[in-house]
Write a protein that binds this ligand. Structure first.
Ligand code: FES
Ligand SMILES: [Fe+2]
Length: 344
């Protein structure tokens, strides 16, 4: 085939691929903040490259695009007064629906219908504020076995971290057990036994789950150790649940950590972690041990290039064990436009 014909065929193939992409990340709920981070005065957050302003009134949490329609000032620099956000530049006031209700320079004159801030859907769930920038095509990620509604369980947001990587890479790291002996030697993995047993992957409409028994665990101070079983539940696109039980422990103690990677920007991620537990945590070092392990992860995960998961499964190299879950995830991602809402 001549070069021109080859190029044409390649372009046609690319265009076909583009047409097949049907989902956008802006069509899913993502957390932007913990409930505590959103108070009575405005604060700026970012989701999918979109700057947002969030504040709390008697009616609940309001999330608007952080932009005044008048001259483009950041509303987050203003203040909330009587349930409305007041622009810092010329004082236009917007209510929780985004409608402009006051233009101080022209009191008594009709307010143009176009004088609105863009308002987004916002919900509080699991101690976090979730936002969907477009009509969502999936619910806010559920917690397996409804642990969040089980009165025997408490839920605690114990960590919020910002990582210089994509939400996809961060999520893949959360479900990858084969890095344990190398990134977390003597803590989560036995460096003398890096072999991985095959596991069975269960596909669901909302994602996938799999069980990994008999895993190494030791506390950072070396005083406690156990064998543990993980059940990984991945709710697409960016929520992982790690259901943890200790092998041989018949006390019924369960901890399930919900890890949600929020795509702040293409290469920046805010990762929220919530622990659901049906017992009182006795390990005083639980959070510091966890943060120690996450710091070991961060070094390596932030080094990954490209920062975003390649658009095609043909890129990078996968082996069936242990990459099975990652392969399924990447297949699903092939149908997602990984760009933010601002992408063309
Ligand atoms: S820019 Fe907001 S009131 Fe003028
Ligand atoms: Fe890790």
């Amino acid at each position: 085939m001549a070069d021109a014909a080859k190029r044409k065929a390649r372009t046609a193939k690319k265009d076909k691929g583009k047409a097949a992409k049907r989902m956008r990340l802006s069509q899913f709920w993502h957390p932007i903040a913990t409930a505590e981070e959103v108070g009575g005065q405005p604060r700026r957050f970012t989701l999918l490259d979109e700057d947002l302003v969030a504040f709390r009134t008697a009616a609940g949490v309001t999330v608007l695009k952080d932009l005044c329609i008048h001259r483009g000032a950041a509303l987050s620099l203003g203040e909330v007064r009587d349930g409305c956000i007041v622009c810092p530049y010329h004082g236009w006031e917007y209510d929780a629906s985004g409608a402009c209700v006051r233009i101080p320079a022209q009191p008594g004159r009709p307010i143009p219908a176009a004088a609105r801030a863009v308002a987004y859907r916002a919900e509080e769930r699991h101690g976090l504020v979730w936002v969907a920038l477009e009509e969502p095509i999936a619910p806010i990620p559920h917690v397996p076995d409804d642990l969040d509604r089980d009165p025997a369980f408490t839920g605690e947001v114990f960590s919020v971290l910002e990582w210089a990587t994509s939400a996809g890479r961060s999520t893949e790291n959360s479900m990858d057990v084969s890095h344990f002996p190398f990134v977390h030697p003597e803590l989560l993995g036995d460096p003398d036994h890096p072999e991985q047993e095959p596991y069975e992957l269960h596909a669901e409409e909302w994602g996938q789950w799999f069980r990994v028994p008999n895993q190494f665990w030791r506390s950072v101070d070396g005083t406690q150790n156990a064998r543990i079983t993980y059940v990984y539940t991945h709710v697409y696109p960016f929520t992982m649940h790690l259901h943890v039980t200790t092998d041989g422990d018949d006390s019924g103690r369960v901890m399930s950590v919900m890890v949600i990677a929020s795509p702040t920007r293409a290469k920046e991620t805010r990762v929220f972690r919530i622990a659901f537990r049906n017992y009182v945590e006795e390990n005083a070092n639980f959070v510091s041990d966890y943060l120690h392990i996450l710091e070991q992860d961060r070094r390596v995960v932030e080094s990954i290039r490209p920062e975003e998961i390649p658009a095609s499964l043909k890129e990078e190299l996968h082996i069936k064990v242990p990459d099975l879950s990652s392969i399924a995830y990447r297949r699903w991602l092939e149908d997602v436009d990984m760009q933010g809402v601002l992408a063309p």
